[in-house]
Design a protein around this ligand. Structure first.
Ligand SMILES: [Zn+2]
Length: 359
């Protein structure tokens, strides 16, 4: 059975791009075939987790990088499971090799490169762990598997059934690999407010990977995560950072449940306490900050969020941090980087005030 994302948060979390509330909507509203694919995608992930733990204990993933790397460079490997579920699959394209016939392989190769590029060129970070970690992805996972995920050591992409084009979406790969960065940095838990911040961190850097790859300013970006993944509704998306709650609305998926402010915070036991739902609030705060400052999001807002991601104070509270504590950390970092009376610090404060997190 394909691995999935519906389990409670714990140290072996698998991070999926299609959230459980959307898969449940398909299971409710879809035809028999769509329902079956959605249920498969929601299926239990224990088989997958066990396989990963066994691989770790057996030391199978140990391929050490060269001892001296003077100039950081990406180290990508794209594999193909040919609709099986044994990871990583057969090597399809390694770093430096030319494009192959399979477009999904090339898309993943390119999007891993775009993600590496933002982190290196803008944040001076050498790959996911800041130590040159190989970036690995697997395509054609299972049959019609309606998701893409980071499993703690690599990315995995299904071909999709209701959804499609998961390998093409730059921000999907940026989002998922940022779960890896968070794993190595703040270690934000994956439930309730820490989990919504973890999800938001992935959307924040995911959208910046796309903006950087396409050279989009804050004004030019659509601020949509996963736009076009649903072929029946090509302009709809998984989430909108500019206008949370408006990303999608259709008979199969229902409507986007994301709140844009604390007055509409969703209390739910599902989705690990609504990690993909309440992330709309910090997502919107980032959008408001970047939009107020203009230019490219990574020049100012992105720097402040990256400083916060790396803050030891965030790491030490990763299990319990609230939106409010996180907001205060971003204000502190804005003041440290740009000045206590700076426009940047004020933009950050005003953004969190607008979404009702700071008074
Ligand atoms: Zn995620």
């Amino acid at each position: 059975m394909p691995s999935s994302c519906s389990h409670p948060g714990h140290r072996h979390s698998i991070f999926c791009i299609i959230p459980p509330h959307m898969l449940r909507a398909i299971a409710r509203n879809g035809n028999d075939q769509q329902r079956q694919f959605a249920l498969d995608s929601l299926g239990h992930d224990s088989t997958h987790r066990s396989r990963r733990e066994i691989a770790n204990f057996a030391g199978q993933q140990v391929i050490l990088p060269p001892p001296v790397i003077l100039v950081p460079h990406p180290n990508r490997h794209v594999y193909n499971t040919n609709h099986g579920t044994t990871l990583p699959g057969v090597m399809a394209r390694a770093e430096g090799q030319p494009a192959v016939a399979d477009a999904a392989v090339n898309d993943v190769y390119d999007n891993l490169g775009h993600t590496f590029g933002l982190y290196l060129n803008i944040f001076h970070r050498n790959s996911i762990n800041n130590a040159g970690m190989a970036m690995n992805g697997t395509v054609h996972y299972s049959n019609g598997y309606d998701n893409a995920f980071w499993n703690g050591s690599q990315m995995v992409f299904g071909d999709g059934h209701v959804f499609s084009g998961l390998t093409k979406s730059i921000d999907v790969t940026g989002h998922e690999l940022t779960h890896g960065v968070t794993q190595f940095e703040s270690g934000l838990a994956y439930h309730d407010q820490p989990g919504a911040l973890n999800e938001s961190m992935s959307d924040v850097f995911g959208i910046m990977v796309k903006q950087h790859a396409l050279n989009l300013t804050t004004a030019q970006s659509d601020w949509l995560i996963g736009v076009g993944l649903f072929p029946a509704y090509p302009t709809q998306a998984l989430r909108s950072m500019k206008a949370p709650g408006t990303a999608y609305n259709n008979p199969l998926l229902g409507h986007d449940p994301q709140p844009a402010d604390m007055a509409h915070y969703v209390q739910t036991a599902q989705d690990n306490g609504g990690v993909h739902i309440n992330s709309g609030i910090p997502n919107h705060a980032f959008y408001l900050t970047a939009n107020a400052l203009g230019g490219y999001a990574w020049e100012k807002a992105g720097q402040i969020w990256y400083d916060t991601q790396r803050d030891a104070a965030l790491k030490s509270t990763a299990q319990t941090v609230t939106f409010k504590s996180f907001a205060n950390l971003t204000v502190t970092h804005a003041a440290a980087r740009f000045g206590a009376a700076s426009a940047e610090r004020n933009a950050v404060f005003n953004a969190w005030h607008t979404v009702g997190v700071l008074p």
